[in-house]
Write a protein that binds this ligand. Structure first.
Ligand SMILES: Cc1cc2nc3c(=O)[nH]c(=O)nc-3n(C[C@H](O)[C@H](O)[C@H](O)COP(=O)(O)OP(=O)(O)OC[C@H]3O[C@@H](n4cnc5c(N)ncnc54)[C@H](O)[C@@H]3O)c2cc1C
Length: 326
């Protein structure tokens, strides 16, 4: 790479949602990272106080970005939903659930926690909006000063994002107010299964799970075990879908042992700020992560307590609890 003699106050490496939100710039998204594709789940339902507090502000910052970008159908839907519902979450037993959300076979004995603030976050539009004020263009691959290592229990996850055809178009659509969902502890598989209403591809609903992988194995997959899990799940729970995926797209993300992010300074190179390990649920936090990373980079006091996100927590004797992702 050609060396530059120019001096910068701050250089952002990596132009996914987090790098772009930290310092708006211009590059196209690509499918080797995590921020491409059209949609993500956005929600406030987290067990940890710190995520709920961060999401309060994240919603405000997404709304501000929507106003600045001047184009935000998805965000308008979210706002309308928030206005319609006074109570943030509602628990529905199986019977009530079917009355409110038809065409889903909930497992016997299960209920559903409805986050009335949750919805679809248009990831591709969000990334474009964040990147729209180009500051500089950088396409070089820089030597990473930090890697999240398997030594501390980090692992890579491959997602086969599957789209399933509706037998009757619109059954599970945004127009019908069909919700995003996360099925925890499904009968079919080890990991959570999540879905988003049909929207980005007309007549196709996104329902996916995940599998652990190695980066170089991503394009060589012959084992279809994860897709078979989804076929069984769709057959049992979503009878309005054809139980064969119409489109399969694969992508990857890094998962930390406790599923919490890394937002910290490098222990040796203190002027290097690290935002990583978003563990498959980071996009909804984009504006607030960008703000926190730029505060760290500029030597300001971060607006949130960053102790849950310190690198130091990945010491071999620490115990980590697993939790839901998306
Ligand atoms: C299938 C899938 C579904 C998801 N669903 C949800 C969801 O429902 N809700 C939610 O909130 N989140 C979700 N996520 C997670 C969310 O998308 C990620 O947390 C977020 O996009 C991470 O953004 P990032 O900027 O950290 O990473 P990335 O988008 O991967 O961006 C990092 C960038 O850095 C570049 N880069 C890497 N190394 C170097 C280097 N050495 N030099 C220069 N550039 C470099 C890469 O090329 C890339 O462009 C999902 C992720 C996936 C893959």
């Amino acid at each position: 790479m050609e060396m530059s003699s120019e001096i910068y106050d701050c250089i952002v490496i990596g132009a996914g949602i987090q790098g772009s939100a930290g310092q708006k710039q211009f590059v196209l998204p690509h499918s080797r990272g995590s921020s491409h594709g059209q949609t993500r789940v956005i929600r406030k339902t987290y067990e940890e106080d710190f995520y709920v507090q961060m999401m309060q502000e994240s919603y405000e910052l997404w709304a501000q970005l929507e106003r600045e970008a001047g184009n935000g159908e998805g965000f308008s839907h979210l706002k309308a939903t928030m206005q319609r519902h006074k109570i943030p979450t509602v628990f529905l037993e199986k019977q009530e659930f079917s009355q409110h959300i038809p065409n889903v076979n909930l497992t016997d004995g299960n209920g559903a926690l409805i986050d009335t603030h949750a919805g679809v976050l248009y990831a591709d539009r969000a990334l474009r909006a964040v990147q729209v004020n180009k500051i500089w263009l950088q396409t070089s691959l820089l030597k990473a000063p930090f890697t999240l290592s398997r030594e501390y229990g980090h692992f890579l996850v491959k997602i086969n994002v599957c789209y399933w055809k509706e037998k009757i178009p619109g059954t599970y659509s945004v127009g019908q107010r069909f919700p995003c969902f996360i099925e925890m502890e499904s009968k079919e598989g080890e990991y959570d299964i999540y879905g988003l209403p049909s929207n980005e591809y007309p007549g196709l609903m996104k329902v996916s799970d995940r599998r652990d992988t190695e980066p170089d194995e991503r394009d060589k997959q012959t084992d279809r075990g994860d897709i078979d899990i989804l076929v069984r799940y769709v057959t049992r729970c979503l009878p309005g879908l054809v139980p064969v995926p119409a489109v399969v797209e694969s992508c990857m993300y890094m998962v930390t042992p406790d599923r919490n992010f890394v937002l910290d300074s490098h222990s040796t190179y203190g002027n290097t700020i690290i935002g990583a390990g978003f563990s498959g649920h980071g996009l909804k936090f984009g504006p607030i992560i960008g703000k926190l990373l730029s505060q760290l980079a500029m030597g300001q006091v971060p607006s949130y307590d960053l102790s849950p996100f310190r690198i130091q927590r990945f010491m071999p004797d620490r115990h980590f609890e697993s939790k839901s992702i998306q």
